[in-house]
Write a protein that binds this ligand. Structure first.
Ligand code: PEP
Ligand code: MN
Length: 266
């Protein structure tokens, strides 16, 4: 179903003012985790002022250690929804378990399947059965074929609004948190009609590397970006080192528009 042979023209996912694919670059920005009402509202306001049309924020957090902050769960979803309503931004948040899909759909505009769950087939089938758009993140060790077949589970369940997200893979290199292959964008666009977005935050793990990767992804024809932005990265409960300040995000958006205007992205 994902193949370009089945459907030659690129698919577009539209939610509120967030448009991803078919020539539109959708920017989804916000903190790794929803931490408090003031934190998510300030994040929403700032990313909206800089031109983002989507707001990200995790309420169910897949943490490497069970002792790390696990997210605000339903309370966080309520805050995210309120921040989305206040700003008009489309909200994007992770769902980790099939039994939470209905709950997360009640609050969020777009579901995120995290890298760790890319091959959780029960979860993929569960999100395939709803009509809320899904951002599917590439597993850190998944091949392109495995990634596309994971998308196929969702599409085959009936949900046609799938966005593919390259978020970096695990390699021998340890200077960056993951290794971010930008060739994923043109490669997948040749094979599939689904929109392809880049997450340079998890892809690098280093805030200073995020803006150049955003610009490169735009020049390379990406359909969108998923970027971690925090009002106070040094005090973030998760992923602070890779989170942009609102000022750095604003500067990146300004430069991103220049790149998009300068390059024929076809
Ligand atoms: C996230 O978006 O905060 C996240 C946990 O991403 P990933 O699943 O790519 O690690
Ligand atoms: Mn994160």
């Amino acid at each position: 179903i994902a193949s370009r042979e089945t459907k030659p023209e690129p698919s577009t996912v539209t939610v509120k003012s967030l448009k991803i694919g078919g020539g539109h670059i959708g920017v989804i920005a916000g903190p790794c985790s929803i931490e408090s009402e003031s934190q998510i509202f300030e994040s929403a306001q700032r990313v909206k002022e800089s031109g983002a049309t989507g707001l990200r924020g995790g309420a169910f957090k897949p943490r490497t250690s069970p002792y790390s902050f696990q997210g605000m769960k339903e309370e966080g979803l309520k805050l995210l929804q309120a921040a989305g309503q206040e700003t008009g931004l489309a909200t994007v948040t992770e769902v980790m378990a099939p039994h939470d899909v209905d709950l997360v759909c009640r609050y969020a505009d777009v579901l995120q399947i995290g890298a760790r769950n890319m091959q959780n087939y029960t979860l993929l089938e569960a999100v395939g059965g709803v009509d809320t758009p899904v951002v599917l993140k590439r597993g850190a060790s998944a091949t392109m074929d495995e990634f596309l077949l994971a998308a196929e589970y969702i599409l085959n369940g009936g949900n046609q609004q799938v966005i593919l997200c390259e978020r970096g893979i695990r390699t021998f290199e340890s200077h960056t948190r993951f290794t971010l292959p930008l060739a994923t964008v043109p490669y997948l666009q040749e094979r599939t009609h689904l929109p392809v977005v880049i997450d340079p935050s998890h892809g690098t793990g280093v805030a200073s590397l995020v803006p150049p990767m955003c610009l490169a992804a735009i020049a390379g024809g990406c359909d969108g970006l998923l970027i971690e932005v925090h009002p106070d990265p040094t005090h973030a409960v998760s992923d602070g080192p890779q989170s942009l300040t609102p000022e750095a995000f604003d500067d990146t958006m300004r430069r991103g528009h220049q790149v998009a205007a300068a390059v024929d992205r076809k």
